[in-house]
Design a protein around this ligand. Structure first.
Ligand code: DAK
Length: 258
């Protein structure tokens, strides 16, 4: 694998997104490799808990790769949103083994959506999170409209998604996006300590409990479908072209609402 590192240590498997020169942004290859890594950890009989983190000190994942999705058509956008959700975001949420996100820096856009799909989120005190998609003329397309509203409540979701603002770790803790925050140098050891506590318990009971927790989310299915449809439509707008071009040209966008 080119962009993902898988390290097994007894009952705990650590998966690291390793593309630090692009702040671990998710392109198709990263999504494909993450799917492979999670599938292999799920199938590995020894692994009981999975930890997901990002390489380097700056970023967990700074979003979907803007350079890649800037050229998508509405149909590609809709199809890729559905495909990405199946391969990675819903895939993680539906695993039988608990996944802990150790958010070591920026978790923006698709990066925060990835953390939100994990079952437990621990943050570094230096982490910053946000869903800045509307500043690029698009909406969260990997489940963020649904999962952020579920985890932090609709008021926080409306504010964070419409303002596109980044918030610091202590605010994310207050909004229940993070379960706990730790100094960056302690983040992974705390994630491992929690993983160790989980690994001591019955895997079959854990998996049954996780199924029961998830059963309460079923009504969200139509929300996910609505998100995918709305996400695809964004790719036909002038605002989307302007927002993504402005990022790539390192300038402020001029939105017209068309
Ligand atoms: N995509 C591509 N490249 C990125 C990137 C991203 N999201 N984030 C950072 N990079 C790249 C930068 O372009 C830069 O590359 P070079 O210029 O060196 O080649 C390198 O990483 C280092 O970044 P900076 O030089 O910008 O570092 P700074 O410390 O100055 O700034 C930053 C850090 C995190 C504030 C900044 O990089 C930034 O604003 N990044 C973009 C954050 C963002 O807007 N993320 C959300 C993207 S929207 C989809 C489904 C869902 C989505 C998309 C598609 N489909 C189903 C198709 C979701 C959309 C998003 O995630």
């Amino acid at each position: 694998m080119e962009y993902v590192i898988l390290e097994k240590n007894e009952a705990v498997t650590l998966i690291t997104v390793n593309r630090p020169e692009k702040l671990n942004a998710l392109n198709r290859q990263v999504i494909f490799e993450l799917n492979t890594a999670f599938a292999s950890a799920e199938d590995d009989p020894e692994t009981r808990v999975i930890i997901l983190t990002g390489a380097g000190e700056k970023a967990f994942v700074a979003g979907a790769d803007i350079a890649e999705f800037a050229s998508f058509s509405p149909e590609e956008g809709r199809r890729l949103a559905a495909d990405g959700q199946e391969r990675l975001f819903n895939f993680i949420e539906n695993l039988a083994k608990p996944v802990i996100a150790a958010v070591n820096g920026y978790a923006l856009g698709g990066g925060l959506e990835l953390a939100l799909a994990c079952h437990i989120r621990l943050g570094a005190t230096t982490a910053q999170v946000g869903l800045p998609e509307v500043s690029l003329g698009v909406i969260p397309g990997y489940g963020g409209t649904q999962r952020l509203a579920r985890i932090a409540g609709p008021g926080a979701a409306f504010e964070l998604i419409t303002s596109a603002q980044r918030i610091p770790a202590d605010r994310a803790l207050a909004l229940r996006i993070f379960n706990h925050i730790y100094p960056p140098e302690q983040l992974l050891s705390e994630a491992r300590a929690l993983a160790g506590r989980i690994a001591a318990n019955s895997p079959s009971a854990i998996s049954a409990a996780m199924n029961a927790i998830r059963a309460g989310y079923e009504p969200l299915r139509s929300g996910f479908d609505k998100e995918i449809e709305a996400f695809g439509l964004c790719f036909a707008t002038e605002d989307f072209r302007e927002g993504t071009q402005a990022f790539l040209e390192k300038r402020k966008p001029r939105f017209t609402g068309r």
